[in-house]
Design a protein around this ligand. Sequence first.
Ligand code: GDP
Length: 290
Amino acid sequence: MAVTIQWFPGHMAKAIRQFEENIGLVDIVFEVIDARIPYASQNPEVARITGEKPHLFILTKKDLADPRLTQRWLDSFKSKGQPAIAVDAKTKFNIGNVLSVISPLLSEKLAREEQKGMKKRPIRAISVGVPNVGKSTVLNRLVNRRAAQVGNRPGVTKGQQWLKAGKELELLDTPGILWPKFESQETANKLALTGAIKDSVFASDDIALFGLNHFRETNPGQLKERYRLSDSDFDLSDVDLLLVITEKIGMRDDYERASNRIIQDIRGNKLGRFTLDDPEKVNQNDETDH
Ligand code: GDP
């Protein structure tokens, strides 16, 4: 199947240019990714532009993701020496630990500066990520808005400001929005199902079918219970299963509405917490690519 979603190239170039302008101002990059799609929500340009600087993955929406897979993702990042932390930005869970994860990565650099006679200063960071992963929510949780503004500084683009996140961390106030990568239809489906791509640009029945298939494989019990399906319904083709569910939820033959309902059910964890990317499968793909 062809990848049907395109990102406007002008946006892409602008996002990259802004990130490249800002990288010189910061000590570390926070790449915000969705814990339900830790691979599909990454953007390879972040590592390229970040270069040798530390790069922390913040996995948001931990509360929505499958906890076993989140742990496996954290183990996988750790085994590659890649700093990562999983948070629930809505309730603030683990947000307080971001500083303790990044401090050791920058303590030498800051100590060297002090030895050279420079004033002690906070760590400076920028957060970047694809749309809707939780960049603004994380920023708001890290920052105490009332005492937030630090004021303009040389080098910071007009209109941009540093926000204080405690005494030891400052963040650029505008997170960098990067385009999602559409390296395959599967990646695009994952981004659409979790809401990183606007609903208007994908066919809802394709995404609902993709979601139903995922739950048919990983959590058939929940799927069955939610839509009161019988065992024999599980022998149906994807499309026929969608037709049966449409009827069961009382939408007759309005497949579009039924598809949207299914997508909302999945996003709202009515079929249980889920993670669409598996670290082992992603690593295998990486190895075959090289
Ligand atoms: P941005 O586009 O990356 O800045 O994303 P936002 O910060 O606007 O968040 C997008 C949506 O995800 C909002 O509805 C947030 O409330 C929600 N959200 C962000 N982080 C979390 C999280 O950790 N858990 C849950 N359940 N929702 C989150």
